[in-house]
Design a protein around this ligand. Structure first.
Ligand SMILES: C[S@@+](CC[C@H](N)C(=O)[O-])C[C@H]1O[C@@H](n2cnc3c(N)ncnc32)[C@H](O)[C@@H]1O
Length: 181
């Protein structure tokens, strides 16, 4: 990522301020499928932003590593984890996913909400432990204007076809998929 893009994300998170703990809800596409998420094991939250998804997973019982390119977002995520029950099961690192996934052991859950980098698809599949769950949502061209960061119609299903589909949907400018290794 360019320094200018990274600065834009930092500025965006500076203007937002830290996330409130409140009633931490899972990302919208996850909410109807909470029961397919394990309550123990390990997880990655990719492009985790302020860590709301990571902390939700940690509250559920998972040990979570959240990665984001924005140092401000990671600062907010650490702060949110400190203020949340179960937050001690979270770790956060500043990491540019343009460099691929960092090396690490297989995980039971990969959460990737509102971030799409097709170059990572195979690495995501390979990082899942047997039976591990991928939960991914991206901006979509379906129900919205085409754009470079938007998934094309059917893109997520095609990209992760070798996983066992749990549920998927697309429309209103977003696409999501839950699938198991
Ligand atoms: C739309 S936000 C989604 C944040 C979070 N997943 C959520 O649902 O609130 C996209 C996130 O991707 C991060 N991001 C963008 N490019 C990245 C990259 N190359 N490596 C790591 N994070 C990146 C941004 O900093 C931002 O936090």
């Amino acid at each position: 990522m360019t320094d200018a893009d990274r600065r834009r994300w930092d500025e965006r998170y500076e203007s937002l301020g830290p996330a409130p703990v409140g009633a931490l809800e899972p990302p919208g596409f996850v909410a109807p499928h909470v029961d397919v998420f394990p309550t123990a094991g390990t997880a990655l939250d990719l492009a985790c932003g302020q860590g709301r998804g990571a902390v939700w997973l940690a509250r559920r019982g998972l040990h979570v590593l959240g990665l984001d390119v924005s140092a401000v977002a990671i600062c907010h995520a650490r702060d949110l984890a400190r203020r949340s029950a179960g937050g001690d099961r979270c770790q956060f690192s500043v990491f540019d996913l343009d460099n691929g996934l960092p090396a690490g052991p297989p995980v039971d859950v990969i959460l990737c909400h509102k971030f799409r980098d097709r170059r990572l698809d195979q690495a995501l599949i390979e990082r899942l432990a047997p039976g591990g769950l991928l939960a991914i949502a991206a901006f979509s061209e379906v129900g919205a204007a085409p754009g470079p960061f938007r998934a094309r119609r059917g893109e997520l299903r095609a990209a992760f076809a070798e996983l066992d589909l749990v549920a998927a949907g697309e429309g209103h400018g977003s696409a999501w998929l839950l699938a198991r290794a």
